[in-house]
Ligand binder design. Structure first.
Ligand code: G2I
Length: 368
């Protein structure tokens, strides 16, 4: 608990009782950065970071450093960034993110090793033998680079392998290699870094539905074959015009019961233009619900927000009539969503506003 808040509450109580007046409940103040409250719960609160603003904008850098204890590279660790040509590696962006995180005592989640998107054409055209070799070599090199780096603790090994109906996505990976590429990728990642936590990650799997059930069955099957799947990532690209997945906690828990860690990996909550106060309130409630779900599941390691400021977000590029999915606005002002995340991590506004009684002489407990 933040000492500051309880100190100020104590002052309010003292003044109130001195004046013999009625104590009026005041909302919890957003005291202390998000990371402090997450750490008190043993969870992380993270953000996906982009290399451009990290290099060029002081405000971006300051918020990224002070509010979060976990970082994911939004793009800098993807295949097109790290190995644009066969066996020509480029780690400048990835290293920039990792170095920033190290300086700020943050952990890095590597994103992402095997995905159908942002993978160069030279990979997509390979035959099965060469594609499998390229995949194994890419994983060995990228994961291997950070295997002895204490900042990088986990990886999205495969990303978005399912269709909405729970069948496998007909990606070039699947079409060339069949579903065996998934197990192979995990084994290659484990060989490259035996200590990293290895995750499978997808979107629209937050509630219980055909896609999340397919994910559940796959994870169960892989683990029964000793494929090293340690963790499941729930991206959580939500939108307020769609209902909230109210069974998210139940869904996280069923995965946890398989023995894996779960995490919210790419949280944002978009809305249709224009933004207004009412939509902000709904968005804040969605953020509260997600944080509460992770709080309630012991195996949920934490929540990564997909960015933090609406100034830099994939949403308007992909959904031109939508916006504003993050917790800071375009000018780095905190939105109601920020307060929601803060208060959910902090435990929220205390509902009991009764002033504490003065400690008296302890009475006998009858416990010997
Ligand atoms: O699409 C949202 C996310 C869904 N899950 C996987 C994530 O990796 C994905 O992130 C987004 C990034 O937020 C975007 O920033 O992935 C997109 C690519 O599929 C990223 O967009 C790309 C643009 O398409 C490129 O034109 C651009 O060069 O970002 C690149 C770097 O700014």
């Amino acid at each position: 608990m933040p000492s500051l808040k309880w100190r100020s509450l104590a002052v309010v109580c003292a003044v109130a009782s001195a004046a013999a007046s009625v104590l009026v409940a005041t909302p919890a103040q957003a005291d202390g950065p998000l990371r402090t409250h997450a750490a008190e719960r043993g969870k992380f609160i993270g953000a996906a970071l982009a290399t451009g603003p990290l290099a060029n904008e002081t405000t971006y850098r300051n918020i990224a450093a002070t509010e979060f204890n976990q970082v994911t590279a939004e793009n800098a660790m993807k295949w097109d960034a790290t190995e644009p040509n066969d066996n020509q590696y480029s780690f400048s962006g990835a290293d920039q993110i990792v170095n920033f995180a190290t300086q700020n005592n943050q952990q890095v989640h590597g994103h992402t090793l095997v995905w159908h998107s942002q993978t160069p054409g030279w990979v997509q055209g390979l035959n099965a033998t060469n594609m499998r070799a390229a995949m194994n070599e890419h994983i060995a090199t990228v994961v291997g680079r950070y295997a002895n780096n204490a900042t990088v603790v986990s990886w999205d090994v495969v990303n978005e392998v399912f269709n909405e109906d729970g069948t496998f996505r007909q990606s070039f990976w699947f079409n060339t290699l069949g579903q065996s590429f998934i197990a192979d990728a995990f084994r290659a990642a484990r060989a490259a870094d035996p200590n990293a936590r290895l995750c499978i990650n997808d979107y629209n799997v937050e509630g219980i539905n055909a896609k999340s059930t397919a994910m559940f069955n796959l994870v169960q099957s892989l683990r029964s074959q000793n494929v090293p799947v340690d963790c499941v990532g729930f991206q959580s690209h939500l939108a307020i015009q769609f209902g909230f997945p109210n069974d998210i906690q139940q869904n996280l828990q069923r995965f946890a019961n398989l023995g894996v860690q779960v995490r919210i990996t790419e949280l944002d909550i978009r809305m249709q233009n224009p933004r207004n106060a009412q939509k902000d309130t709904t968005q804040a409630q969605y953020y509260t619900n997600v944080i509460n779900a992770c709080n309630a599941v012991t195996a949920c390691a934490g929540v990564t927000i997909w960015g933090f400021t609406d100034r830099y977000s994939w949403i308007p590029d992909t959904f031109p009539s939508e916006c504003c999915g993050l917790i800071y606005d375009n000018n780095y002002a905190q939105k109601p969503a920020y307060t929601a995340v803060h208060n959910a991590l902090d435990g929220g506004t205390p509902s009991d506003t009764t002033p504490p009684t003065t400690p008296g002489t302890p009475t006998a407990s009858n416990v010997t």
